[in-house]
Design a binder for this molecule. Structure first.
Ligand code: SF4
Length: 217
């Protein structure tokens, strides 16, 4: 069973899959504790009793409610989507073993992507695309895993201050080169200018939250 907080169709707005019509499954649960997290409602797993999936599918406003959904039910529900790109997000989706779900969806002709902080083992089909947003020295005290960096197809780094760029350089020095996207925190002017400068200097790329310009979730 997976705790599903939201399931909705949209357009992937960030990094390599930008512009791809996608179905997002947001899983409940995260103990990383990023202060600027914009999905704090996904942190707690103490919402009882879980809702039926039908209630979750009709959700309009973000909330901590979730449904406990079997892989069979999730695959069946996803088969009704128009898109064929699945994004597993959270919360921290890698708290859960995503191998069966991702494998079945890929076998059905989908592409599958997971967005993770890199603080949990990544249990997913080897053909899945892994986006790692390294979360380091956050209040939850979780440790960033080197195997997450090695498995990543892309690194999406939230940047709000020069120390974030410095941390990224340290990670590259430690673990090796990667496809890097810089994401200006809150798309503030200062963070954006910092990202542009760092991207120029290091041949990185910038990822903005395109879905916000499109006016979709
Ligand atoms: S890892 Fe993601 S969901 Fe968890 S606190 Fe950080 S930003 Fe929020």
């Amino acid at each position: 069973m997976l705790p599903v907080n939201e399931l909705f169709e949209t357009v992937q707005g960030e990094a390599a899959f930008t512009g791809m019509p996608s179905t997002f499954v947001r899983l409940q649960g995260c103990d990383v504790g990023c202060p600027w997290c914009d999905t704090k409602y996904t942190w707690e797993l103490n919402h009882t009793p879980p809702d039926p999936l039908a209630v979750i599918l009709g959700k309009i406003e973000p909330s901590p409610s979730f449904a406990a959904v079997s892989i069979d039910e999730l695959v069946q529900t996803l088969s009704q989507s128009q898109s064929r790109h699945l994004v597993l997000t959270g919360g921290e989706p890698c708290m859960y073993d995503l191998t069966e779900l991702s494998g079945r969806m890929i076998a059905d002709g989908w592409t599958v992507q997971v967005e993770t902080s890199g603080t949990e083992p990544i249990r997913i089909d080897p053909r899945a695309w892994v986006t790692v947003s390294p979360k380091i020295r956050m209040p939850g005290g979780k440790i960033f895993r080197s195997d997450a960096w090695q498995r990543a197809n892309e690194i999406k780094m939230p940047v709000g201050k020069p120390a974030d760029v410095q941390m990224l350089l340290e990670l590259i020095a430690l673990y090796g080169p990667a496809m890097v996207w810089l994401q200006p925190l809150s798309m503030s002017e200062k963070a954006t200018a910092l990202c542009i400068e760092a991207a120029r200097r290091n041949r990185w790329r910038i990822s903005v939250q395109t879905h916000k310009f499109l006016g979709v979730r």
